[in-house]
Ligand binder design. Structure first.
Ligand code: ZN
Length: 81
């Protein structure tokens, strides 16, 4: 699967486009390249560069404003506005 989705209710990133694994909502959209996300449990925010095998490659900008690229499983991510 080279696509990830996110839940519009709880904002978690999920791997299926049918219903949310966390809150059961069916209000789901595809996570697009360029979408901003937060790494759950951290203050890291990044933008999606690429999605492959349920993993998103993110361009992250940390609190000191330096940029780096890192990959996270979709389960670790939350969509932000
Ligand atoms: Zn949800």
């Amino acid at each position: 699967m080279d696509k990830l989705y996110y839940c519009n209710e709880c904002k978690r990133v999920i791997s299926n486009g049918e219903s949310c694994s966390y809150c059961s909502s069916s209000y789901i959209d595809e996570l697009a390249v360029g979408a901003p996300v937060n790494v759950i449990g951290t203050k890291l925010k990044g933008k999606v560069l690429k999605i492959k095998d349920n993993t998103a490659r993110l361009l992250i900008r940390d609190e000191s404003n330096s940029k780096f690229i890192r990959e996270y499983n979709g389960e670790k991510l939350r969509k932000i506005l």
